[in-house]
Write a new protein. Structure first.
Length: 388
């Protein structure tokens, strides 16, 4: 078995954690990213880091760089972790002739990444979904707002991340929000459902779940990404994901956002066909690496109650949220008793590089006028444009 693995998306904390898990299991880990400085840059878990062209801007250069790394380092498995997966999937036939690529073809991923197409697929399978409308124009939005029900709707772009553009509108509407809406920038409107928010993460092999984790949404960076993670057991969510993954005959990493309503009904909101922060919940002893190679007879899951957090984000985002919502002592208890996802005594340098990465993003934000979250993915994100 070839023990050389190439990870893309070294900027993400999940990639750093995955590199550590794979390295501890005896694999030789290489990382490629289009950012000069990222979390994996100085990790002991990584044999070598490669700076590659940004896929959103220079796809040909990006793919050629990956091919060169694959050949040079004799890579046996390529695992994309962030939204660069869509660019890699667009060239799957080329890349997979040189090594195994842990990703589905772009057409399948697009149907999951696109929030409107995903909800349609859920409904086709006979599964419960929030009432959802496609918004291609301001008139579409006005027509939806004229409907007697629902009384509250959630608006978000068909392609988006971090919940950065999410709007919640309550009827009657005093003022229509000024939004860029057209055929190339479509939105979805969903009925607002109150309840508990959950995130699931699974690794699937040909429609069968081989690894799975669930955590509730407790603290987030703004409206979007979770920054505190606690593993729970939820048999209903596991069965739902099993049903969907089997119907899709899916292979790869796949994540879902859910709301469990007050009456116990599960509503999927969106799908991310890639890695998410649930990887932080797995320990070396869990053997997550076996899932990528389909070497397990059981579903690998993290220990119930396992907790991790992004410490810097808990301070920057979580503290203010905790104070404003009257959860300060709850936040303090979680912060003091939870290990950071970045710092490891056995691999300390990434925690220092976190500050270099942050400074890099601040510079990029100042130059572009985008938020820190937006600049963190601007060169790898994909919003359904024609690739190639």
């Amino acid at each position: 078995m070839n023990t050389n693995i190439l990870l893309t998306g070294g900027r993400a904390p999940v990639t750093l954690d995955l590199a550590r898990l794979l390295s501890a299991a005896g694999y030789r880990v290489f990382v490629a990213d289009s950012l000069k400085y990222h979390l994996c840059t100085a990790s002991r878990a990584v044999i070598k880091n490669f700076l590659v062209p940004p896929p959103k801007i220079n796809l040909t250069g990006y793919i050629n760089a990956l091919l060169e790394i694959i050949k040079q380092e004799k890579i046996g498995l390529l695992i994309p972790t962030c939204e660069e997966i869509f660019y890699i999937s667009s060239q799957l036939s080329l890349l997979s002739s040189y090594c195994q690529v842990f990703a589905e073809p772009l057409e399948k991923l697009k149907g999951l990444h696109n929030k409107w197409q995903f909800i349609n697929r859920v409904q086709q399978l006979g599964l419960l979904a929030p009432e959802t409308w496609l918004v291609n124009s301001h008139q579409d939005l006005l027509d939806i707002l004229d409907l007697p029900n629902p009384q509250k709707i959630v608006l978000k772009p068909v392609y988006s991340r971090f919940a950065s553009h999410v709007r919640v509108l309550s009827k009657p509407i005093n003022e229509i929000p000024s939004l860029e809406i057209h055929s190339n920038k479509a939105w979805v409107a969903q009925e607002f459902i109150s309840g508990k928010h959950y995130c699931t993460y699974s690794i699937a092999q040909q429609g069968k779940i081989v690894a799975h984790a669930v955590y509730p949404t407790i603290f987030t960076a703004g409206k979007g990404s979770c920054i505190y993670f606690e593993s729970i057991e939820h048999s209903g969510l596991l069965e739902w994901v099993k049903t969907f993954v089997e119907a899709e005959k899916f292979t790869g990493q796949i994540a879902f956002d859910f709301i469990e309503s007050d009456d116990g009904m599960l509503y999927p909101l969106e799908c991310n066909p890639r890695a998410i922060s649930a990887i932080h919940l797995f320990e070396v002893s869990d053997g997550l690496e076996k899932a990528f190679f389909n070497q397990t007879q059981t579903i690998i899951q993290p220990k119930i109650g396992q907790r991790t957090a992004i410490a810097m984000a808990m301070i920057v985002y979580g503290l203010a949220s905790a104070i404003s919502s009257g959860r300060f002592f709850s936040w303090l208890k979680m912060f003091m008793k939870t290990k950071d996802v970045v710092f490891r005594l056995s691999d300390p340098l990434p925690s220092f590089y976190l500050w270099i990465v942050l400074f890099q993003f601040i510079q990029m934000s100042h130059q572009s006028g985008l938020t820190l979250q937006q600049v963190s993915t601007q060169d790898i994100e994909w919003d359904g444009e024609e690739i190639g």
